[in-house]
Design a protein around this ligand. Sequence first.
Ligand SMILES: [Zn+2]
Length: 332
Amino acid sequence: MNFAPWQRSVFEAAHGSLAEGRLGHALLLVGPEKMGKGEVAAILAKRLLCASPAADGLACGQCRSCRQFEAGTHGDFSRVGFEPNDKGDKLRSEITVDQIRRLGQWFALTPQLGGAQVALIEPAEGMNHAAANALLKTLEEPSPGRFLLLVCSAPGRLPATIRSRCQRLEFRLPAKEQAEAWLRSQGHAEADIGAALEAARGHAGLAADWLAQGGLALRRQVRGDLDAVGNGKSGPVEMAQRWLGDEQAALRLRFAADLAQDALSRRLGARPPEKGGLTAPGDFSKLSAWYDALNRVRGQLSAPLRHDLLLAGLLREWRTMLLEDRKEGVAR
Ligand SMILES: [Zn+2]
């Protein structure tokens, strides 16, 4: 396993606690998205189940438990995440109380290999209210050898009663030099590293994801799209439909929000001007309100609403704001 530096420090902290016999039975692996939290949780789970772990804290990879874990057939390991809906055509957007009740029943079984039992819940913030309440019961009845690993990118969405019962393992964003060195070690081109880290606000995991998936190009495209709407070359309705037309919709809206936020920071002097950057509306309070409205649409993307209408409205507003700027001759 090639740990990223931030993964290694979390794993070593967990291993240290385990070696000293003070690893909690409920762990909250928490930190920003795309930092490989789930990966570390799985490595930890494999180690907790392993019959003869190595001195460095990793599972042996040879024993019966390790072989079953790798084959995905370990009876004492349970993964809880989003399940398919009743129609079976897509995943639910929340973890249900039934899933957590089944988990409670599973924990009551005798371990098949006679060792530990480990459950991994990801994303833990995906539990709905009833599910989180049901999990509390499990957390209140700890028993030796039973471990619960909660992987979470939005701890604010977990009830405090759950957070307070977990040992926290925190993933922290690396310093700039460390992030750059790591991206270099992943084989990314030097020229792209700076731009990707800048776009991802120093978040190396996200930058790596965008570098691998063409995220930077998409970001440039969104900037061009906003300019095209702003100067009347593209219509708000068709643009809204295009933005929402595929699985990149959420990322496009994120980039649009980031670009608006950058423009706001620039107005405040918190960021240097960007060459060839987005032409953003001159009115600070209007742009700020637009940014908030866009974030509300982002937050509702999973809800069954006519997002194309909402987004087209926002893009029309974007154009109006820029049109007013031109009328008033605002120089930017
Ligand atoms: Zn093993």
